[in-house]
Design a protein around this ligand. Structure first.
Ligand code: PGA
Length: 299
């Protein structure tokens, strides 16, 4: 079988995006050029790699197998390039980072100095909620993941680093704002605005109340921390959010952090990667950097 590396790279891109157009954009080619290369690849394999259903394309079984081979091969090649650069005294290569929506409030600030220290490292950052992040992890889509709690059902390695404090919040003119030692029963009388199911913040909040035998009433479910903050500012209810997400609003008096029993829920952010994945030189540089940060005062 005569398969060129270039064709395999193109194929991997089309498979990852499920789109010829997006692969063409990524590879700086025209869409017909990509189609021709994929056709040639299919001829070399002797079987179709994609099938079209309606407007969407899907991998065939052979396509799925080839995609797996390509991913492993391209990863090994990238790792080799990074090792060579490392031997030359350079940290160079790509770091594919995926973080939960709540982690995006502090991760970019950590990335700034990291990128300054290692200008040869190219970072891509994907942001999604916990559930979608775990899907990416299961499919080996990224090098490193940052989330609130390592998954129980997937074989991973993890390191905890910064604290993640979850706090109850309300409108500053809410009757509970300014009260001290609010009981959970009293708090639970208020309607709650909650993140969507699949959110790590929601999971931790539900666990917290369940463990204490307190039932809460969810008035509204919203898909982002930003939307929750707007709802709280719009007096639609109280919420439990990561303190990182409300730093600004609480500083300028737009949102009040409530003093309720058992709060804050103190959790830690975790750096997670698949158990059987040996970290690349670049990923290792990132782990070491975070470790260093966690040990700094206030870290
Ligand atoms: P979330 O994640 O943005 O899905 O709520 C926070 C977490 O990982 O705990």
């Amino acid at each position: 079988m005569r398969l060129s590396l270039r064709q395999l790279k193109l194929f991997e891109s089309v498979a990852r995006h499920s789109s010829f157009t997006r692969a063409a954009e990524e590879m700086h080619l025209t869409q017909p050029a990509v189609s021709i290369q994929i056709k040639q690849l299919e001829m070399a394999v002797g079987l179709p790699l994609f099938e079209q259903i309606g407007k969407r394309i899907f991998l065939t079984d052979v396509g799925v197998e080839l995609h797996k081979v390509c991913t492993e091969m391209l990863e090994a090649l990238a790792r080799f390039e990074m090792n060579v650069a490392d031997r030359k005294g350079l940290k160079q290569g790509k770091l594919r980072l995926a973080v939960t929506t709540t982690a995006k409030y502090f991760v970019p600030r950590l990335l700034g100095p990291f990128c300054e220290r290692y200008p040869g490292i190219d970072v891509s950052l994907k942001v999604s909620n916990r559930e979608r992040l775990l899907e990416r992890l299961a499919n080996n889509r990224d090098d490193v993941y940052i989330l609130g709690q390592p998954p129980g059902h997937l074989p991973v390695q993890s390191r905890s680093f910064l604290e993640n404090r979850l706090v109850p919040v309300a409108h500053p003119e809410h009757p509970l704002a300014g009260e001290t030692r609010i009981s959970l029963q009293r708090l639970a009388e208020e309607p709650f605005v909650m993140r969507e199911s699949g959110s790590g913040t929601r999971m931790a909040t539900e666990e917290f109340f369940q463990e204490r035998g307190v039932a809460i009433r969810v008035r509204m479910e919203l898909g982002s921390n930003e939307a929750i903050k707007q709802a709280v500012m719009g007096r639609l209810g109280v919420a439990v959010l990561s303190q990182n997400t409300v730093t600004l609003e609480s500083a300028v008096g737009q949102i009040a952090i409530l003093d309720a029993d058992g709060f804050p829920i103190v959790r830690h952010w975790h750096l997670v990667w698949p158990a059987d994945k040996k970290p690349s030189v670049v990923a290792q540089a990132f782990y070491d950097y975070l470790e260093e940060k966690a040990q700094e005062p206030g870290g």
